[in-house]
Design a protein around this ligand. Structure first.
Ligand SMILES: CC(C)(COP(=O)(O)OP(=O)(O)OC[C@H]1O[C@@H](n2cnc3c(N)ncnc32)[C@H](O)[C@@H]1OP(=O)(O)O)[C@@H](O)C(=O)NCCC(=O)NCCS
Length: 241
């Protein structure tokens, strides 16, 4: 594995004596040093988990739903058409998350999303595993954000390429003023551009909980049965806007 060759970074960890003994025994069985064993097994597991997270695997009902939806994409509903035709200007600018903004206060009411923005969003961008765009006010206040990644839906042999919008959130003091809708419109613009440039066929969104599903349902996104926190809209639907 290429990642095992040059080692310039250091990882330290503490564990119980029994756990260390078990790991040492396993390393001996593989004729590896403890650190080489930990690194090799950790990297294999990490690569598999990242691969898994980048692909949405579908079975049965969801597979049928995806093929039916892609074959006959629904027309944009009234709310989606209104979102598209009325951009509803907001007092913010959308920019890729700059490093100097990650320490700015941001509270959308969902701890997981607040933490993601503060701790992981910038680093993910640096590692090219997902890009975060932030809505910034004139006073450089963080009003909202969303992340985008490329992904695939694996329903049959051929994967369906898609843009995945995750973690769309609006700071509590800016909620219910049309900013969520504005951010979603920006994501739709990106999806259409990506479809034009690279040929993606679907827009996926991730939701944090059932309450947030209502927001995307309003604009016609369809939930998966096996993955209730992921929702889909075919690019063909967006092209009809
Ligand atoms: C969900 C969220 C992004 C909505 O943002 P917002 O700026 O408050 O929403 P908007 O003001 O743009 O609302 C647009 C429309 O969606 C509706 N809406 C907003 N949140 C909704 C929800 N959870 N369920 C159903 N409809 C919702 C609004 O009533 C509004 O409808 P209208 O145009 O008919 O008046 C925001 O509440 C938020 O950040 N929540 C916490 C994080 C979260 O749950 N993110 C979602 C997925 S990760």
């Amino acid at each position: 594995m290429k990642l095992l060759r040059s080692r310039t970074e250091r990882i330290e960890l503490r564990t119980q004596p029994e756990a260390k003994a078990l790991l040492e025994r396993a390393a001996q069985l593989r004729h590896l040093s403890l650190s080489a064993y930990l690194l090799e097994t950790g990297l294999r597991r990490a690569a598999a988990e990242v691969r898994e997270s980048e692909t949405l695997y579908l079975h049965d009902v969801d597979r049928t739903m995806v093929y039916a939806t892609m074959a006959e994409p629904p027309h944009p509903n009234e709310a989606l058409t209104a979102l598209w035709n009325n951009p509803n200007a907001q007092p913010v600018t959308l920019i890729p998350l700059p490093k100097d903004l990650i320490c700015r206060p941001f509270d959308c009411g969902v701890l997981e999303l607040n933490r993601f923005l503060r701790r992981d969003a910038f680093d993910n961008g640096q590692r090219h595993v997902g890009y975060t765009f932030v809505a910034v006010t004139k006073a450089r206040e963080l009003a909202g954000f969303f992340t985008v990644t490329n992904t695939s839906i694996l329903a049959e042999v051929l994967p369906i390429p898609a843009l995945r919008v995750g973690k769309l959130a609006v700071a509590q003091r800016y909620q219910q003023q049309g900013l969520g809708r504005w951010l979603l419109r920006q994501a739709v613009v990106m999806a259409l551009q990506e479809a034009h440039d690279t040929g993606i066929n679907a827009l996926l969104v991730d939701v944090t909980d059932a309450a947030a599903q209502g927001f995307y349902r309003k604009y016609g996104f369809l939930p998966f049965q096996e993955h209730p926190l992921t929702m889909l809209l075919p690019i063909q639907t967006l092209r009809r806007l």
